[in-house]
Write a protein that binds this ligand. Structure first.
Ligand SMILES: [Zn+2]
Length: 517
């Protein structure tokens, strides 16, 4: 039997009628015992074995089959709906309840929409598995229509909003309208815009070019407060699976950390995807080819005409607002211009002649090479400057700390079993330790990444300088603008540009390079 490990879990305890009878019998025979405590010990042992983090324990003291009669399960379900737990530990499924159809529906959806598993000492029930529908009884299959009706009502409520990371948007996604059943259907006014965005993206236009085209066509952007389309809006649309007809829940979850709920991005394998939920605006093929074009880093952002005229396309960004600098051909003048097209930068950023900016970037790259080579000569050994050993030492220390914390966590169970700790004290101490464990794990991850990055950097800098030299040579000896663009992109992450309005001289501007090391 596969048992998941390292989950955030709730424990739910409840006596059945049979338990109560057994207890009574035992008392009559003079050997009393507490069922809940027995169950608690069993489930705590499971948690210990699988290294789960117990967020809270819910003990139902009243007996009663229906959810309405049981305050603790109501509390539990409200927490489950927020999606903060990975699983609920119970002795067996019946403890949650097998009441009437309505109860089954409530349980079903609370677990299903939040993707929360149910774990017993011997079984794991996963709402994402195909057999889930059987978990709450055959009855729920018969009552499918009724469930659907309830489900729709629920969807309006906090369940979905929590499961969706509160994205059951106040407004339907751009390009769609929503009917009274919350089903999306194409908005005749705007659906074509979405299709156009996808097609332009597929055809190699950059986000800026698409935004400019929509502005030119007089299409209002989705955000009514804005007058112009922004590249980030284009990104949000192109990367949204809703346009293929899918609804996706659970991309983000809210997880309790240090008493506060924080937003946590979930890996795709934990998303809840409802395919073909509504009419798609674009085909799967178009969606995928547009996204491929969007992600491919080598694709220059071209404007209108397909052949690239700006060697700095996709490289030069506005230092003030971060937008890609806009290339402005001037057929009637000797030199083309670059300028920031963001309305916010009007009066803040001044444009400049493209050849001057281009030349400055090449010069700066050459200076970068020179500086490095001088440094290289002055420094006996580069290794003496390396921060890697320091970071590795810190990493070892953290790993040791983590080990100790895990031992402490395990000891807590001993203290509880020996009666040194009450359940309350145990939970509190455990939360405390788990919090520290999670923090240290994050720090370890961070350190590992930093070390890796440093190692790569040290390796790369030795390869980078010769590459830049070659790029500069090749750049000077070609007239092919697309090739020039590719060459620059091979050594630069980006370059930023700043020219204040009061800077009068033609070459008075500041370029900052971001080398791709
Ligand atoms: Zn700008």
């Amino acid at each position: 039997m596969y048992m998941p490990r390292n989950l955030d879990v709730f424990i739910y305890l409840r006596k059945s009628r049979k338990d109560i009878e057994e207890e009574k019998k035992a008392t009559e025979m003079g050997t009393s015992y507490d069922t809940l405590q027995r169950h608690r010990d069993t489930l705590l042992a499971v948690a210990r074995k699988e290294n789960h983090n117990i967020i809270d324990i819910f003990e139902e003291v009243v007996s009663g089959d229906s959810i309405a009669e049981r305050p603790q399960i109501q509390k539990l379900l409200r927490k489950v709906e927020t999606g903060i737990a990975d699983a609920v530990l119970v002795m067996d499924i019946d403890r949650l309840g097998r009441g009437d159809m309505l109860d089954q529906g409530i349980l079903d959806r609370a677990f299903r929409y939040s993707g929360t598993k149910i774990i017993t000492p011997t079984e794991v029930y996963d709402p994402e598995s195909e057999t889930w529908e059987l978990v709450f009884g055959i009855k729920s299959l018969i009552a499918r229509e009724e469930l659907k009706a309830i489900s729709k009502r629920m969807q309006r409520g906090r369940r979905t909003s929590a499961a969706e990371g509160k994205s059951i948007s106040k407004k339907p996604p751009y390009g769609y309208l929503r009917d009274e059943n919350l089903k999306l259907y194409p908005d005749p006014e705007t659906a074509w815009v979405v299709v156009k965005i996808f097609e332009m993206m597929r055809d190699g236009y950059g986000r800026q070019a698409i935004a400019a085209e929509l502005d030119r066509l007089g299409v209002k952007p989705p955000n009514e407060k804005r007058d112009f389309w922004s590249p980030s809006t284009i990104t949000a649309i192109v990367t949204n699976e809703v346009y293929m007809g899918h609804i996706i829940w659970g991309k983000v979850r809210y997880v309790k950390q240090n008493g506060k709920y924080v937003r946590k991005k979930m890996p795709p394998e934990r998303w809840y995807v409802k395919e073909n939920a509504h009419e798609p605006l674009v085909s799967k093929e178009l969606w995928e080819s547009a996204n491929k074009a969007y992600k491919s880093r080598w694709r220059p952002s071209t404007v209108e005409n397909r052949s690239l005229a700006n060697p700095l396309a996709g490289i030069l960004k506005c230092e003030v607002c971060g937008f890609t600098m806009w290339y402005q051909p001037r057929p009637d003048r000797p030199n083309d211009m670059i300028r920031c097209a963001n309305p916010k930068c009007k009066g803040v950023q001044k444009g400049a002649l493209l050849p001057l900016v281009e030349e400055r970037i090449l010069q700066s790259l050459a200076e970068f090479v020179d500086q490095f080579e001088v440094q290289e000569q002055m420094m006996e050994k580069r290794e003496s400057q390396s921060v890697i050993p320091l970071k590795q030492k810190a990493l070892e220390k953290k790993e040791k700390e983590l080990k100790e914390l895990n031992v402490q966590k395990s000891n807590l169970h001993d203290f509880l079993e020996r009666g040194i700790y009450t359940v309350e004290v145990f939970l509190e101490r455990q939360q405390n330790i788990v919090q520290r464990i999670k923090q240290i794990q994050e720090e370890i991850e961070q350190l590992k990444q930093e070390i890796e990055k440093e190692q790569l950097k040290e390796k790369n800098i030795n390869e980078y300088i010769p590459t830049v030299k070659k790029v500069l040579e090749a750049y000077r000896s070609t007239d092919d603008v697309e090739k020039k663009n590719r060459l620059l992109k091979s050594v630069l992450e980006k370059a930023t540009y700043l020219r204040k309005p009061e800077w009068k001289k033609k070459d008075q501007f500041v370029i900052q390079l971001y080398p791709k090391i």
